[in-house]
Design a protein around this ligand. Structure first.
Ligand code: ADP
Ligand code: MG
Length: 292
């Protein structure tokens, strides 16, 4: 494509909220055969809400949420936001946590009232040797509808489950139908639990699900698809998506997402609407074939 036609393409994109950072992104878009999408904040609104509290071991809702809220004050994850919102709605005064840590893609850890608190997925519990087996059945039930289940552990014992659900964006289903119409395969790549991920994928007709993927493995997964000969677009919003966005032939960040994701991507969808991918592809075709 000529520099002039690229300028025209970039300008048209900007008019519809598609910010194209480099010419390669625009040039490659027409050849994409696989769209890899992150779940939370990309397919979904990224505004999850607590839908159920299940305290155990003598804890009540208030005590569970006091620990959970105290710990999540230190996190910027969308799930942390949901927990803090719930705590606020219960008018809780949240304690401060000491020794806060947040292992990427797993959850948060800290000490409150002298007790070690863990909040996160099964991976986090396993890495801290907390046994979750007797709570799995109840967790699976909550996940089968698409909710993400967070385990809360106090002093090495599971003391509660928190179910958090994130509504699918209104435009997502239409975008996926359009990807299929363009002959592109759609793969969900998420750090979330397999059952929750599959429940969401089923609602959206997604072709393949890669769940429980650690952030560093998201990039490797995209590289593997490229090694197999695919031309890959990756859409994501989080810090954890940045390596995958940088690895993809075309990295696409949600404008509603983190700065790190935006900086790693060639294209930013200002409104976070995945239909922008279809538009970007049409722009690419027009640019590469000099169609005005
Ligand atoms: P996604 O790929 O869907 O955006 P992440 O990689 O950010 O997900 O997180 C993966 C999983 O790690 C979450 O589904 C959750 O179980 C756990 N997790 C991450 N951060 C937190 C947090 N601040 N509080 C609780 N759980 C968390
Ligand atoms: Mg995300």
């Amino acid at each position: 494509a000529t520099p002039m036609s690229i300028m025209v393409g970039v300008g048209r994109g900007a008019q519809s909220g598609i910010l194209i950072r480099n010419a390669e992104a625009l040039e490659r878009m027409e050849k994409v055969d696989t769209v890899v999408v992150d779940k939370t904040g990309t397919l979904t609104e990224g505004k999850p809400q607590v839908t159920k509290l299940v305290p155990f071991n003598g804890l009540n809702d208030t005590e569970l949420m006091r620990y959970a809220g105290g710990l999540e004050k230190g996190s910027e994850h969308p799930l942390a936001h949901a927990i803090l919102e719930k705590a606020a709605s219960m008018n809780l005064t949240l304690p401060d946590a000491e020794g806060f840590d947040s292992p990427n893609g797993k959850g948060v850890i800290g000490t409150i009232d002298g007790k070690k608190i863990l909040l996160g997925n099964r991976l986090l519990m396993e890495s801290e040797s907390v046994d979750t087996t007797s709570f799995e059945e109840q967790a699976e039930q909550l996940r089968s509808d698409g909710a993400t289940v967070i385990f809360a552990a106090v002093q090495g014992q599971v003391c509660g489950l928190i179910a958090i659900a994130d509504p699918i964006k209104e435009t997502t289903k239409r975008a996926i139908t359009a990807f299929h119409a363009e002959g592109m395969r759609v793969v969900m790549l998420t750090g979330d639990n397999r059952t929750s991920a599959k429940a969401v994928a089923r609602k959206l007709d997604i072709d393949e699900v890669e769940a429980e993927v650690l952030p560093e493995d998201k990039g490797k997964f995209v590289q593997r698809l490229k090694d197999e000969g695919h031309i890959v677009a990756m859409a994501g919003d989080g810090v954890n998506d940045a390596p995958a966005l940088a690895t993809a032939d075309v990295g696409i960040a949600m404008g509603t997402g983190t700065d790190v994701a935006i900086e790693s991507a060639g294209i930013t969808l200002l409104r976070g609407d995945l239909m922008g991918i279809v538009e970007a592809r049409q722009l690419s075709i027009a640019t590469m074939h000099n169609i005005r």
